[in-house]
Design a protein around this ligand. Structure first.
Ligand code: 2IT
Length: 449
């Protein structure tokens, strides 16, 4: 390991000991960058790594809201404007009860590299709140979103910082957030948020983009291996927006997703989540705010395994698409024992670092990193921003074509970056290196600040 890289990792470990997720992403990303730093001693001279691990700015805010019984609640809101070297800060908002600075920072850091990989001009940011949407009524969600935006609106804008959805924030929440932004600012600036509804500047294919993009990326990996997606079985986790998009695109291409999961366990559907009715039911499950995957098993009569993860199921392809640290060592061992060839991360940082190292060492297994695989979501968000600034709406075909092209390019530049450093077909290192090169060049050329 390059000594400067090691020093920066050590200092982050010390400084952020109480934020394990942030330390985890820093170790994962920076350890790929050793050969790049060896080749670019000028980066050490200006302490570029010491800078890139420090958010440009991050703030918290109070969010007070009233529930349907008239009782008041206070939550903490966050926005981390991590890196603006290549464009306005861009990244989602996560509403989940476990949200704290360590989660927001890990997501913000991943977002910098992911956004760079899209090839579009967007910097890295992330935000959210420790608000738990489970069991909340629509009116409660609306009041929470309005209060959240009342605190945030003066710090964002179409050329400043453009939030979007993440876990707990979908089209409905973006609508309430945008309505409040417009009410407060008195301007039509729909480029301030992405993931909007189609009647007020949303982009066709944005809801599908993360899942579709993941399957397009998977397809590139399969092509590289002279393999075919037709007939393949896929284990997914989660049942939200991302997993929904994977199910839909996999079905179109003749593959099938056979597992879904939730906080309550996982379902196994050997016929696949592969009919229109089943795929659409995932949307109902999300809208119900029940956060239970057992509802799927009850409706379609398949196996439900309470309090278990789907990683012991023998499939062709594993795509963890729920949340961070979903695959730990014990699950990784099951995946390896099942001889699975394709491990395609989808959720942000779904694998612990020890499990990821273990999987990357498995002979014949191909590991693809989430920051590349899920970049189609934010990529189409950037296309939404482009449409908003042009005051135009692109067709579904146009957006889908650009998404497809973007995913092909991300796969190719990742493979090329790894090749350039003599690492072979290492998509994990390649994505980190390719993303870093763009951001580092922009930071270096803009001088120290
Ligand atoms: O993790 C992600 O890339 C997102 N939640 C989407 C961010 C965006 O700005 O569309």
């Amino acid at each position: 390991m390059n000594a400067y890289v090691q020093r920066v990792i050590d200092s982050v470990k010390e400084k952020h000991a109480s934020e394990p997720e942030f330390v985890q992403t820093i170790e994962e990303v920076l350890s790929s960058l050793s050969p790049v730093i060896d080749k670019h001693p000028e980066y050490e001279k200006v302490d570029l790594l010491g800078r890139i691990v420090e958010p440009e700015r991050m703030f918290t805010f109070r969010v007070v809201w009233q529930d349907d019984k008239g009782e008041y609640h206070t939550n903490t809101g966050y926005r981390c404007q991590f890196n603006g070297a290549i464009g306005p800060y861009k990244g989602g908002l996560r509403f989940q009860k476990n949200v704290y600075p360590g989660i927001i920072k890990f997501l913000g850091f991943e977002q910098i590299f992911k956004n760079a990989l899209t090839g579009l001009p967007i910097g890295g940011g992330k935000g959210g709140a420790d608000f738990d949407p489970t069991g909340k009524s629509d009116a409660e969600i609306m009041r929470f979103c309005q209060s959240f935006m009342t605190a945030l609106y003066r710090y964002i804008g179409p050329d400043v910082d453009v939030p979007a959805g993440d876990m707990g924030v979908g089209g409905r929440e973006i609508g309430y957030l945008f309505g409040q932004y417009r009410r407060l600012k008195g301007v039509w600036e729909n480029g301030v948020l992405t993931g909007k509804g189609l009647t007020y500047g949303g982009s066709l294919i944005r809801p599908e983009a993360t899942g579709y993009g993941a399957v397009y990326y998977l397809n590139e990996v399969l092509k590289h291996e002279k393999d075919d997606i037709k007939g393949k079985t896929i284990a997914c986790s989660g049942f939200g927006n991302v997993t929904w998009g994977i199910c839909k695109k996999a079905m179109q291409l003749g593959a099938k997703v056979v597992t879904l999961s939730g906080p309550d366990g996982y379902i196994y559907d050997p016929n696949g989540v592969a009919t229109e009715e089943k795929v659409n039911y995932l949307l109902e499950m999300r809208a119900s705010n029940r956060n239970r995957v057992q509802d799927y098993a009850d409706k379609f009569g398949c196996e439900f395994h309470p309090n278990e993860k789907p990683w012991g199921v023998k499939v062709d392809i594993v795509m963890p698409s729920a949340m961070q640290n979903d695959v730990r060592m014990e699950s990784a061992e099951k995946i390896a024992a099942n001889g699975i060839k394709y491990y395609i991360e989808v959720a942000n940082m779904p694998t612990t670092n020890d499990a990821l190292d273990f999987l990357r060492k498995q002979k014949g297994m191909i590991v693809a990193p989430s920051k590349a695989v899920n970049a189609g979501g934010v990529g189409v968000s950037a296309l939404e921003m482009a449409q908003n600034s042009e005051r135009l709406v692109w067709t579904e075909d146009e957006v889908d074509k650009q998404l497809h092209h973007m995913m092909e390019t991300i796969h190719r530049v990742s493979a090329e970056a790894a090749e350039e450093y003599g690492l072979g077909y290492d998509l994990v290192a390649g994505a980190n290196i390719a993303g870093f090169k763009k951001v580092a060049t922009a930071m270096f050329e803009q001088g120290a600040f």
